[in-house]
Write a protein that binds this ligand. Sequence first.
Ligand code: LMR
Length: 330
Amino acid sequence: MSKSKVLLVSMVVVAALVVSASVSMASPIVIKFSHVVAENTPKGQMANKFKQLVDERLGGKVLVEVFPNSQLFGDKKVLEAMLLGDVQMAAPSLSKFKKYTKSLQIFDLPFLFKDMKAVEKFQKGPVGQKLLMATKKKGLIGLGYLHNGLKQLSSNEPLRVPADAKGKKFRIMSSDVLAAQFEAVGALPLKKPFSEVFTLLQTNAIDGQENTWSNIYSKKFYEVQPFITESNHGVLDYLVVTSAEFWMGLDEGIRAKLKTALDEAIAFGNKVAAEKAISDRQKIIDSGRSKVLQLTDAERQQWVNVMKPVWKKFEDQIGKDYIEAAVKSN
Ligand code: LMR
């Protein structure tokens, strides 16, 4: 080999070494995952599982940082922050997307789904899959649904029939459907962030709220609410979202691996949700702090009769065909 060729080959080798060193030293892609619930909940467990899987499979390339308990962003700010690039993933309740789409309001319609099996069926079906992209025009992509479970009504006084809720103040998530649902029983709904609920209940600024067993347990609402009516009147599930700009800007291979890890984390979170709906309910009963009330069929029917007309009000915004598809999943 001539001297000049040797020189050229060594220059190429040096250049390659420099490039590979700088790639391996390149700082990882950071995914900040912000959520509002405790770690010991379906969403908390799902986010931690996602982090664990990404560490195992993409360690060094992608770093997931999970921020629970509204530490980074609360309900109001997280989606705006996502569009600004300050957070990359979150899983707000499906009730918190009002500013981005009207279609997801379907999940708030009272007494729409018979049980979580029906919810799962609807989400997996064509309408549910289409709804994952309902916020895309606004720059947010739904990567999947995550379950929490069916909601119960908690209060400072026993609620057996709708008349018992009349005139009472209930904290709700930021959803117009939920507001209409409480107005239908003559109650006063107040849209408040999740982080404020415990204090509002403790100070009697509100009389009650609706939530899942795992949220009522993990945030200790049952310690300041002497009665919980097992109403199963609606669903509280999540949309795992990311910003379209962030997601589509990722290298294809990395994006595919992240999606697989997320799907597995969601499947895990869904198992946690199913278990906690049973175990957290039991822990609340065992605590003796809150009395869990069962409704008779006739009592439950009264709630259905007053709340179900709310569907009609939102039919145009949601789409009658979507509602029919949801009913069919029962
Ligand atoms: C709520 O605000 O009550 C829930 O959406 C909290 C959550 O994320 O489960």
